[in-house]
Design a protein around this ligand. Structure first.
Ligand code: NAD
Ligand code: DAU
Length: 361
């Protein structure tokens, strides 16, 4: 076995932040398997061009023979599984790809990992890890006074995305319970930070507000998410990989519950400060309440006591410092933004917002 890891989905938002952090902080090699769907972007990884410790492979996690060949060729000590269809709104209009990648793709990786792991010599067998990156959305929704999600909260996924991630979590659990595969699962809250595709709330609002476009807030804007800066999520995953107990799940969160309208106000105020524009005026004036997301979960909150007390992980950024760093990053990377806002992006914006913006509350 080599000191090498396979990362799936390492050209996406969290995966690319993870790969960059991994290469900067370890001596180990990364094999980055990514299909480069609309959400995958080689441009997130240009700083690794020519780096012999980063091997990029364009391919699908559902391709069993490709996945098996990567295990054989690289003999990794771990696989870190980020690849997924990740956007809730897209899962509502087109759930098929979510079942395929999130459920069948995870199954394909588990099968290949199991076959590889079973053949390893005893010492290597103990060292190998399958780390599955998942979401707090598997737990469903909370009322205002409910306790935060813990690792023992029953699963109650509400969107096709959440249900497909719940299915993948259950498969990972079963491969540990039935076959003894050394698995670890993380269930994390909402991430934000550099390289996030601008279909998600924070980058969408930053870019629309910068350009003086409407800021489409779903429903009454009072849905709550627990926001975590992406680099903190990546350090949590590295911590769980090195010290997590086999077969366990770890909740990861930012201890930063904010409602959506607060998030949007914060972005507007930061842009008014950093990029004042007399023609736009106060950016809060761009806020447009639109038709709600069907089945919209009201509140997510994470109890991260287990990872904190057992493994000593804590987030380093709070929401105020993290959102300022994120807005600044987008302002300094408008070339990156312009490259990804191509045809496929525009089609999605038109599909998702045309009806919504035509149905203002
Ligand atoms: P993303 O959509 O930005 O990136 C997903 C990546 O997976 C892309 O690079 C895409 O090309 C790749 N991919 C998709 N289908 C593939 C396939 N069949 N084969 C190979 N590659 C494929 O997603 P993200 O926001 O970076 O999320 C990464 C993981 O973290 C996901 O598993 C997601 O469920 C989980 N997660 C995300 C958040 C969040 O707030 N974004 C929070 C908690 C957990
Ligand atoms: O909780 C973790 C999850 O967080 C991850 O598993 C998902 O992959 C990730 O996409 C994210 O899901 P959300 O649905 O919470 O994120 P999104 O950015 O799509 O929406 C955040 C909130 O903002 C949600 O309440 C819906 C709202 N929203 C979103 C968009 C895109 C709006 O009001 N307007 C918008 O235009």
């Amino acid at each position: 076995m080599n000191d090498c890891v396979i990362v799936t989905g390492g050209a996406g938002f969290i995966g690319s932040n993870f790969v960059l952090q991994w290469v900067a902080n370890t001596e180990s090699e990364v094999v980055n398997l990514d299909a480069l769907t609309y959400a995958g972007n080689r441009g997130n990884l240009t700083s690794l061009d020519g780096n012999p410790r980063h091997n990029f492979v364009r391919g699908d996690i559902c391709d069993a023979s490709l996945v098996a060949s990567l295990f054989e060729r690289f003999q990794p000590r771990a696989i870190l599984h980020f690849a997924a269809e990740s956007h809730v709104d897209r899962s509502i209009t087109g759930p098929d790809a979510f079942v395929q990648t999130n459920v069948f793709g995870t199954f394909t990786l588990l099968q290949a990992a199991k076959q590889y792991w079973e053949k390893l010599p005893a010492g290597d067998k103990e060292r190998f890890r399958f780390l599955h990156v998942s979401t707090d959305e598997v737990y469903g929704t909370l009322g205002p006074d409910d306790p935060a999600f813990s690792e023992t909260t029953p699963y109650a996924p509400n969107s096709p995305y959440a249900a497909s991630k719940a299915g993948s979590d259950h498969l990972v659990r079963a491969y540990h319970h039935t076959y003894g595969l050394p698995t670890l699962t993380t269930n994390c809250s909402n991430n934000y930070g550099p390289f996030q595709f601008p279909e998600k709330l924070i980058p969408l609002m930053i870019l629309n507000a910068l350009e003086g476009k409407p800021l489409p807030v779903y429903g009454d804007g009072l849905n709550i998410r627990d926001w975590l800066f992406v680099e903190d999520h990546c350090t949590a995953i590295r911590t769980v990989l090195e010290r997590g107990r086999l077969g366990e799940t770890y909740n990861v969160g930012g201890n930063s519950e904010r409602n959506n309208i607060h998030v949007v106000h914060t972005i507007c105020d930061l842009l008014d400060e950093l990029r004042p524009d007399a023609a736009i005026g106060s950016r809060r004036g761009l806020i447009t309440y639109v038709k709600d997301r069907p089945g919209h979960d009201r509140r997510y909150a994470i109890n991260a006591d287990k990872i904190s007390t057992e493994l000593g992980w804590k987030p380093s950024e709070n929401f105020e410092s993290g959102i300022r760093a994120t807005v600044t990053w987008y302002l300094e990377h408008l070339d990156w933004v312009n490259e990804i806002r191509s045809g496929a992006y525009q089609q999605w914006i038109e599909l998702n917002y045309k009806e919504r913006l035509g149905a203002e509350r």
